[in-house]
Design a protein around this ligand. Structure first.
Ligand SMILES: [Zn+2]
Length: 352
């Protein structure tokens, strides 16, 4: 009989999925060190103290600088495979069984990486993730919105021409301000007609109108962040009624200054309105986030009961683009943990 004496035990025991994590932003210290050793001319540190400093952000620009420094360390398929398998190792440590990982092919191609190298690296990393870490990976190829329509076109052409194993989603990232969702509609139409799922970022740094546009113009099946939806009662109603899940990344929103704290995060109102809320990490080591940490932070800040924590894990699996058999198996595992938790963690105030 497992023992769940604390909320932390319960969160760790729950099988989880991650639906919003950017491949480049997922690079942990060990991965950055391995890549920097391979490319010493990059100037990126390889020692623990230097890496700690590399990951200490005082401003949002510090974060962007680190992100682009990691991006610059990725030169070939071997680098990509190292990055993917490092992410899988970190996910396994969170008892995360499946992740839909956002890859931005356009940025890698722009940096001069060969498309076949990128695909070979993704395939090798995905195979290692399953074999060595027991984590199944799927891909979402996303458009870096700040690079405009040309990036949209290149991304959809690359995605549909190559169609790697595990590609399930098509996204749109980068800044939202001044980068309207609607201009990317033709690329989303093509991707959706080819069977990819629409998962654009929307409503992270702009208002609910961007979420509406993601739904109407891009056919969004899930919303990346969607934080500002709480400002529009009609949108809350729509998201709840149509069961459109939100990929909520609480620590990321705090670290980028969108919300002052997890306690003040709109996730409380999202749950109160019956929205499908999934918890995710966005750029985990860069924001000092872990998947278990997100569950703990939200559960603690909102005073969730064990059954509600279990429900968050279920929501992630429900919102994932998984084959039905795999989904059912994961839900059954979660429910088994939930049943034990009910016995062992009967009262919310015992578990913090
Ligand atoms: Zn994101």
């Amino acid at each position: 009989m497992p023992e769940y004496r604390t909320l932390r035990d319960l969160v760790a025991a729950l099988p989880k999925v991650e639906l919003h994590v950017h491949l480049v932003g997922s690079a942990g210290h060990h991965t950055v060190a391995a890549l920097a050793r391979r490319h010493p001319s990059s100037g990126v540190p390889t020692d623990p103290a230097g890496l700690r400093e590399f990951y200490t952000f005082r401003t949002f620009d510090d974060f962007l600088a680190a992100f682009w420094a990691v991006q610059s360390l990725l030169r070939d398929g071997t680098d990509i495979a190292t990055l993917v398998s490092g992410l899988a190792r970190d996910l396994a440590a969170q008892n995360c069984r499946y992740a839909e990982v956002t890859v931005t092919p356009y940025n890698h191609l722009l940096d001069g990486m060969d498309g076949d190298e990128l695909l070979a690296g993704l395939a090798a990393g995905r195979a290692a993730a399953a074999a060595e870490h027991g984590v199944d990976l799927a891909w979402c190829f996303d458009i870096p919105g700040e690079r405009g329509a040309v990036a949209g076109r290149e991304t959809v052409v690359f995605a549909l021409r190559n169609r790697p194993d595990g590609l399930v989603g098509f996204g749109l990232g980068g800044p939202e301000v001044g980068v309207g969702r609607a201009r990317f509609a033709p690329f989303f139409t093509a991707a959706r007609e080819a069977g990819l799922h629409s998962v654009p970022h929307a409503g992270e740094t702009t208002g609910p109108a961007t979420v509406w546009s993601a739904i109407h113009d891009l056919g969004a099946e899930r919303i990346g962040h969607g934080t500002s939806c709480v400002a529009d009662p009609r949108l809350l109603e729509y998201l709840a009624e149509h069961r459109i899940p939100l990929e909520v990344c609480p620590t990321s929103n705090v670290r980028t200054g969108q919300v002052p704290s997890v306690a003040a995060h709109p996730v409380r109102r999202m749950l109160d309105h019956g929205l499908v809320v999934t918890l995710n990490t966005d750029d985990p080591p860069m924001f000092g986030a872990t998947l278990n940490g997100e569950y703990l932070a939200v559960a603690t800040a909102l005073g969730l009961r064990p059954a509600e924590v279990v429900e968050l894990a279920r929501a992630g699996v429900t919102a994932a683009f998984l084959p039905e058999e795999r989904r059912a198996a994961l839900l059954a595992e979660i429910d088994a943990v939930g049943r034990d938790a009910q016995i062992l963690l009967p009262r919310g105030d015992d578990v913090a």
